[in-house]
Ligand binder design. Sequence first.
Ligand code: F6R
Length: 245
Amino acid sequence: MKITVLDGGHAVARALARSIAEALREKADLVLGLATGRTPVDAYAELRRMHQEGDGDWSRASTFNLDEFAGIDAGHPGSFRQFMRRHLFDGVNIDPTRIYFLNGAATDLDAECDRYEEAIRGAGGIDLQVLGIGSNGHIGFNEPGDELIARTHRVRLLASTRQDNASLFGDDPSHVPAEALSMGIGTILQARRIVLVATGANKADCIAQTVNGRITTRVPASVLQVHRDVEVLLDRAAALRISPI
Ligand code: F6R
């Protein structure tokens, strides 16, 4: 893993945005895997700003988001699709037909997961996957446990994860859907390149376990150690407990 420690959250956001913009310049039909959550928001704002200034042609790029809530439709304001529309898609010239999302309102959720895997394959696989990390080490909605699931699948959300997402649902965790759909660990590992971003002291422990610890299903992000092209962008607070490698 290539670890880069930067001065603060804004520096991390700029570095992530630059990395995505550079990948877009190198490959106009880039297939980008995207994450929601608080951490990448400033990077998405930076990408919108860059696009307005003429840097970043998204017209041929495709995006696949990592996860989506189940039981709500794409227009629901709490959906990750709407989150991405607000924070990124409305501000760049992406072709709406190239925005791929899991449909949490599908009647057959297992078939929907298969469809998503097929769509990723059909697009030629993910060139660059952006990841955040939960303070418990989750990536996407792949939560710590006795086992991890390789392919895109349904997930019953932990109480802590519903709490973390409450702001999308009127600050009431009981309004956060109990289930979600998520790319699996194998789906994520198949991306050709991965950039993981983390900021803040509450990520220091999970980052140390991810970077220096054993590979374990108890820290899902630790599996990234087996991938040959992972960059980890951290602010000083999130990097506090890592030891030199
Ligand atoms: C969301 C996702 C999650 C978040 C993680 C960190 O699409 O994949 O794994 O990346 O929960 O969230 P923040 O950035 O809010 O700390």
